[in-house]
Design a protein around this ligand. Structure first.
Ligand code: GCB
Length: 657
């Protein structure tokens, strides 16, 4: 825990997660022991830096501020929902933001100005504008927003009675893609990235009557963004997840990490064996009364331990406990309470270890085959983005029905209901950031953005037992700049969370015509290799699977993280007819025969659980803007191939027992 300890301590000294920059700077600068501010000012003196070494480059990249002060576990806090109907103005020209010289306005729509007399010219009025539901994407709510990519202004009015000695934050579960948040005409902050939460304190701005919260949400695709302009999913825009006010005491428990203790000194490419008895972690308070006696209680395991936080509100702990370990067969969650004099927070936490040994993944010390399925955040039986508890239960329920013990949540962090439901159902999870296809690898702002999304994902979900894999990227083209970019992400992920395994979905090469080889050079930096392959769909016909002998240059577990092909539910023909259920069924049968012959295979997550919307899929009467590779249709109907996977996984399950 030494390095982790150092990182946490540094984080606190340098201002919470915003201080990650300092952490990485200090890590690379060690053993020289200069403080954050000295190092930062050194960087400021060399603005473009010349980035000679990797270390120097890393330091410079991380001189950008990262996510600050994210409150975790808002589910178990006192909240006031701002969900429901919001008034909106659709603003494709961003007229509410820029003037006619394309300069930001001081009196934009965020001021919610009303004419003061009958002569005054004001060309917008939220109160007479149309409404959209929050949470919810805008595309599925209004026909004319179906393909829309641009700015929509959202407004919610509310009264608020602040309780004595409390602080208030506005918390947004996600807004796709870029958002600027204003309360009562005052800017609170901005956020980039469509799939992770963020919050701003409003204690001093909120008033008793007639607050107006305005969010400018812009989902224009940008070449330098994460993801970039080209993906294969619908660019759902808007306030796609919950919006809440979070009420906390003056000093409160903002963040904590409670997991089984990882092995000492895990390197970049070692799956680390952890303890099954020692719980280790940290707690971060936020506020002025930072030195507190903080108690961690797990009544069912007879744990009651008290620790002192330091002047930075940071406490680290380690203690032994007799625990039933969490697993898919026994998804045991403990009620954990963290409290001190003025604040208390509950969580349901499972404890398990995850490690690798050669080509095996070990859960709680025992080899496990990941019987998985990939899932997009497409709401079941709907053309909208999923966000609710019910959506999570349906999607993961279908995966269970297929005999899965594992879900790859592609291609971005899903809403928090997914990992929480996975915790309860006993579903292992792969969680990833949208570093997808052709990111601008040499753009430092792009890297900063990816680091921030990674940080927010890990910050939110690091206490979920279900999550075993953090994935850095999907099908990114091999190259030096890409490798450097992804290595920086790996370092960040490992420094934030030394308890989980790192992966990425990569592609294969060929040694000979029928000999695929897993040899992406980035493979050396991950614990588990993900490999996407479409033999029988993009690559030949299904029979092609018969001739393949898979090889790898790494002694590491491999997950075939995608495989599959499209079928329109209800379209029946022979197995050679594309888009028929029979073609897809046959493809899966051939794939399964091939998979059974891969000696180093540790799991599979076929593409994909349900049909999902994508602008890349226009074929009339078949696709109609749906990617049809789902094993379940857009109406919730199971295709024939679903049962091929169900049978395969049933067999693997039996073999395991
Ligand atoms: C892939 C991508 C995935 C696509 C899929 C497809 O390799 O990773 O995002 O949706 O192929 O259907 O082509």
């Amino acid at each position: 825990m030494k390095v982790v300890k150092f990182i946490r301590h540094t984080l606190v000294r340098c201002g919470g997660l915003g201080g990650l920059s300092c952490v990485l700077i200090l890590l690379v600068a060690m053993p020289g022991s200069f403080g954050c501010s000295e190092r930062l000012s050194a960087l400021q003196r060399t603005p473009n830096g010349g980035a000679e070494s990797e270390h120097q480059r890393l330091a410079e990249v991380n001189a950008y501020p990262l996510e600050q002060n994210l409150i975790i576990n808002v589910d178990h806090r006192s909240t006031v929902s701002l969900n429901g109907k919001w008034q909106v103005i659709i603003d494709p020209y961003e007229n509410g933001y820029y003037d006619y010289r394309y300069l930001p306005k001081t009196n934009g729509y965020f001021k919610n100005t009303k004419p003061r007399n009958k002569s005054e010219l004001i060309e917008y009025d939220f109160d007479k504008s149309e409404v959209l539901n929050v949470p919810g994407d805008w595309n599925s709510q209004k026909d004319r927003l179906f393909f829309y990519e641009g700015t929509v202004w959202y407004k919610k009015s509310f009264d608020y009675q602040r309780k004595p000695n409390t602080r208030v934050f506005v918390y947004l579960g996600a807004a796709n893609y870029h958002s600027i948040v204003y309360l009562n005409g005052q800017k609170l902050g901005e956020h980039e990235g469509g799939f992770t939460p963020f919050n701003f304190e409003i204690t001093k701005v909120v008033r008793e009557k007639d607050n107006f919260l305005i969010v400018k949400v812009d989902n224009k695709r940008r070449r330098d963004a994460v993801p970039t302009v080209n993906t294969d999913w619908w660019n759902y825009g808007g306030l796609t997840r919950r919006v809440e006010l979070v009420e906390v005491p003056q000093t409160f428990i903002r963040d904590y990490f409670i997991q089984l203790k990882p092995a000492q000194g895990r390197g970049l490419a070692e799956g680390g064996k952890g303890s099954t008895k020692t719980i280790a972690g940290w707690i971060q308070l936020d506020g002025n009364q930072t030195e507190q006696a903080i108690t961690v209680e797990i009544p069912e395991a007879d744990v009651k331990q008290t620790f002192k936080s330091n002047a930075d509100g940071y406490a680290e702990f380690e203690f032994d406990a007799e625990l039933q370990l969490w697993s898919p067969e026994n998804p045991k969650l403990y009620d954990v309470t963290i409290k001190f004099e003025t604040d208390s927070v509950h969580d349901s936490i499972g404890f398990r270890t995850i490690e690798t040994k050669g080509s095996k993944i070990l859960l709680n010390g025992k080899p496990i085959f990941l019987r998985g399925i990939s899932i997009h955040e497409q709401a079941p039986k709907s053309d909208s983005r999923a966000h609710s508890q019910k959506h999570a239960e349906t999607l993961l329920g279908w995966a269970k029905e297929m005999n899965c013990n594992f879900a790859r949540l592609a291609h971005y962090p899903h809403n928090e209901n997914m990992p929480r439901t996975a915790d309860r159902l006993g579903m292992l999870v792969w969680s990833e950031i949208p570093v997808y296809w052709t990111i601008l690898w040499e753009n430092e702002d792009t890297l900063k953005n990816a680091l921030n999304q990674l940080t927010e994902m890990i910050t939110r979900d690091k206490n979920r037992a279900s999550v075993i894999l953090w994935s850095m990227a999907n099908e990114t083209p091999v190259g030096k700049a890409r490798n450097e970019f992804l290595k920086t992400l790996v370092k960040q992920a490992k420094s934030l969370d030394p308890t989980r395994l790192i992966t990425a979905a990569m592609e294969k090469s060929y040694k000979g015509a029928n000999t695929p080889v897993i040899n992406d050079p980035f493979g050396q930096y991950v614990d588990v290799l993900g490999c996407n392959e479409y033999i029988g769909w993009y690559e030949g016909l299904p029979d092609k699977c018969d001739s393949y002998t898979w090889t790898t240059i790494y002694d590491k577990p491999v997950i075939i993280s995608e495989l599959g092909g499209g079928a329109l539910y209800g379209f029946h023909a022979d197995k050679d007819t594309r888009w028929s259920e029979e073609y897809q069924e046959y493809l899966y049968e051939k794939q399964v025969e091939m998979l059974e012959k891969i000696p180093f295979l540790a799991g599979t997550s076929p593409w994909i659980l349900t049909d999902f919307m994508s602008p890349r899929r226009p074929l009339p009467q078949i696709q109609d803007y749906w990617n049809r590779k789902g094993l379940i249709s857009d109406k919730g109907k199971k295709k024939k191939a679903f049962y091929v996977m169900q049978r395969f996984y049933e067999k693997l399950k039996q073999d395991e027992q």
